[in-house]
Design a protein. Structure first.
Length: 300
């Protein structure tokens, strides 16, 4: 805070010196009168001789001097108090989230993403999709078998969910993760209709699939990675749900991120930031070589 200045412009010692001494207060209040006869300008005659002039300033003047000095002290005290340092206001609540959590900021991305699909789920049910994606072979690569725990992240209509559920059987579990509540409801209805009690629909978050700890042996992110707003954080949060030796598969197509595709090199780099290492890479999921299939494991 800028330093304040006393209105008098004088130091305290100069102001204190203006206070009259004890002798100046004699006669104040008009109770006593100087021993001289009245005359002009305080002069008088005693015993025929000219008397020495006597100070006959009115007592009210002395009072004014006293009050003036007191006022000066009051102003000086107020100025000193005003200059006292004040406690600094806390700025913690005003700091951006990135300043409070450097780790979260380090997990951010500087590329565009595609808007999550919210249209009709019927587009995922193309009868030829099994053949085009060779989904049985995909499950073989991810070592999905009877009794496995599987996560289908970005499950959509549950197309892969129901196929994985049939592979793992009643002794396994398939978690169908979606951030769209309407899709979660659809998957729950579909699982009941097909009597797949091993399916668990999960309403996840953009940065966390919200899966139980150590519950999953295999994960598939099918044509969804390019839509994930916070992929590094999601992949990092996914790790706690993985069992030892778990594999994470990502199937996507080449692109820039905002065109419903993302280059494989970007995916590999982001997965590496989240603590994964690439263990396999395949291109059999589409004959046009636009789609790729990456397989990751948690880095030791």
């Amino acid at each position: 805070m800028d330093e304040q200045t006393n209105e008098s412009g004088r130091p305290a010692s100069a102001t204190a010196g203006a206070i009259p001494n004890a002798h100046s207060f004699e006669g104040a209040g008009g109770d006593s009168t100087p021993e001289c006869s009245s005359g002009a300008a305080g002069e008088g005659v005693r015993d025929g001789k000219r008397a020495t002039p006597v100070d006959r300033r009115p007592s009210s003047l002395v009072l004014k001097i006293f009050l003036g000095a007191a006022a000066t002290f009051s102003l000086l005290g107020g100025a000193l108090a005003f200059q006292q340092p004040r406690p600094a206001k806390s700025t913690r609540a005003q700091q951006p989230a990135s300043a409070q959590s450097p780790a979260r900021d380090a997990d951010g991305i500087d590329r565009p993403t595609s808007e999550p699909y919210t249209g009709s789920l019927s587009i995922f049910e193309d009868p030829k999709r099994d053949e085009k994606l060779q989904i049985g072979r995909v499950m073989d690569v991810l070592k999905i078998k009877e009794g496995s725990g599987v996560a289908d992240i970005g499950a959509g209509s549950g197309w892969f969910t129901v196929r994985a559920a049939r592979r793992v059987g009643q002794s396994g579990t398939v978690f169908a993760v979606e951030i769209n509540p309407a899709y979660v409801t659809h998957i729950e209805r579909r699982a009941r209709g097909e009597n797949l009690t091993q399916v668990r629909a999960v309403l996840g978050k953009e940065d966390d699939p919200l899966l139980p700890e150590a519950s999953v042996d295999a994960v598939l992110i099918l044509k969804t990675y390019h839509e994930i707003a916070e992929p590094v954080r999601l992949m990092r949060n996914l790790r706690k749900s993985l069992r030892p030796g778990a594999l994470v598969g990502i199937i996507d197509r080449a692109g820039k991120g905002d065109d419903h595709g993302l280059d494989a090199a970007k995916v590999i780099a982001e997965a590496g930031r989240a603590g994964y290492t690439l263990v396999e890479q395949h291109d059999f999921v589409k004959p046009d070589n636009m789609d790729y299939f990456l397989v990751f494991a948690v880095r030791d």
